[in-house]
Design a protein around this ligand. Structure first.
Ligand code: SF4
Length: 378
């Protein structure tokens, strides 16, 4: 504990309890993929233990009106990012395209490389997309006034708190996420509620925003967003189906901070760069600025290992073994999923059919995309 309290962690759990206890509010909660392989550590379980079902039960017992999965938002993100990538590729637009799920790295590029703001995908991050969908599509479908919906995000990440407060993401009716709490804060709330976490039975996420795929689960680890995007882009570009274990692009997996791979898609070779940690990100961004980048897509995550190593997760003190176990937990969950490609998520397809229309189309742009701004250099 910091003796001067200058480093006291900011908890927002009181706001969540207040929302749950307000009878006029419909409180929905979403959980990021990285949470499910780390939350158990706060209750004495082994790193990487998958506690998805116990976590859902705990959230239901705590009193949330609906318990959803940010993985749904991740599948929507892939629908948008893969469409945007193909659009850029076929129309000689800016490449490489950088993934934009990580708000810490987005802030980094805004401050440090403002001349490259055309490079990141304009897709909002998965939990922000989810918030928008909850306050539009879900609100309409269930006849709930969006002003009475409170969206709570449980994230592995402290930067997501600042992201949810970005003016361009809060200024209109698509005000997305109301409260962000971390994995550690969720652990504290479960303890406050007196729930014996390890003894809980499993429950399922609610619907219609609860169906998810193996592609969205691996968003929680470095390389996972790129792999999920490749699964969809490959099928859309080539028209060929990835069957069984063909969905696993082993060359995109691993935990080292800087990796690359080439994936053949028809007669094109798509070159992919992956960086985790901002020092590695800087190297790839400097190559782009100097016109020397060889990549078509780059995934960047600010935290070493990706979100499984995020600043809101149970402390792991730089222990690589913990990161590897959490990563294996996500890969195992992907392997056990019946549907492993984002564009085959039936509830996501229904969302497009009933409400959004074409991926990367006009309504998708209004609801699911954002922009970036130059910020003061620091
Ligand atoms: Fe947050 Fe780290 Fe994940 Fe970026 S990589 S979204 S900073 S947890």
């Amino acid at each position: 504990v910091c003796p001067t309290a200058a480093l006291t962690e900011m908890y927002h759990t009181d706001k969540v309890w207040a929302a749950i206890n307000d009878p006029d509010k419909h409180v929905v909660v979403q959980t990021a993929p990285a949470i499910r392989v780390a939350l158990g550590e706060l209750f004495g379980m082994e790193a990487g233990s998958r506690v998805t079902g116990k976590m859902v039960t705990a959230l239901k017992r705590m009193g949330f009106d609906a318990v959803f999965d940010t993985d749904f938002g991740a599948d929507v993100t892939i629908m948008e990012e893969a469409s945007e990538f193909i659009y850029r590729l076929e129309n000689n637009k800016t490449l490489p395209m950088l993934t934009s799920c990580c708000p810490a790295w987005v802030k980094f590029i805004e401050h440090q490389f403002p001349e490259l703001l055309e490079v990141p995908s304009t897709s909002k991050s998965p939990h922000i997309m989810f918030g928008t969908i909850a306050k539009t599509y879900y609100a309409e479908k269930n006849n709930i006034d969006p002003d009475n919906i409170v969206v709570v995000s449980i994230m592995p990440c402290i930067a997501k708190k600042a992201e949810a407060a970005r003016p361009e993401l809060t200024k209109d009716e698509h005000n997305n996420v109301d409260i962000v709490v971390t994995t550690r804060e969720l652990g504290a709330m479960i303890k406050e509620a007196g729930i014996e976490f390890t003894q809980l039975p499993d429950s399922e996420f609610d619907h219609p925003l609860g169906e998810t795929t193996g592609a969205s689960v691996i968003f929680g680890t470095t390389g996972g967003v790129a792999e999920a995007a490749v699964r969809t882009a490959y099928e859309w570009i080539t028209g060929d189906e990835l069957k069984g274990e063909d969905v696993v692009f082993q060359q995109l997996r691993g935990a080292t901070g800087l990796r690359d791979a080439t994936v053949k898609m028809g007669d094109r070779e798509i070159r992919i760069g992956i960086a985790s940690g901002l020092g590695n990100a800087r190297r790839l961004l400097e190559e782009i600025r100097e016109g020397k980048s060889k990549y078509d897509i780059i995934e960047i995550m600010a935290c070493p290992g990706g979100c499984i190593g995020g600043g809101g997760q149970p402390y792991h003190h730089g222990n690589d073994e913990v990161i590897k176990k959490r990563q294996q937990g996500l890969y195992q969950e992907d392997k056990e999923k019946k549907v492993r490609k984002s564009h085959e998520n039936r509830e996501v397809l229904k969302l497009y059919e009933e409400y959004i229309g074409k991926p990367f189309g006009d309504k998708a742009h209004r609801l699911l995309h954002t922009h970036y701004e130059e910020r003061e250099r620091i």
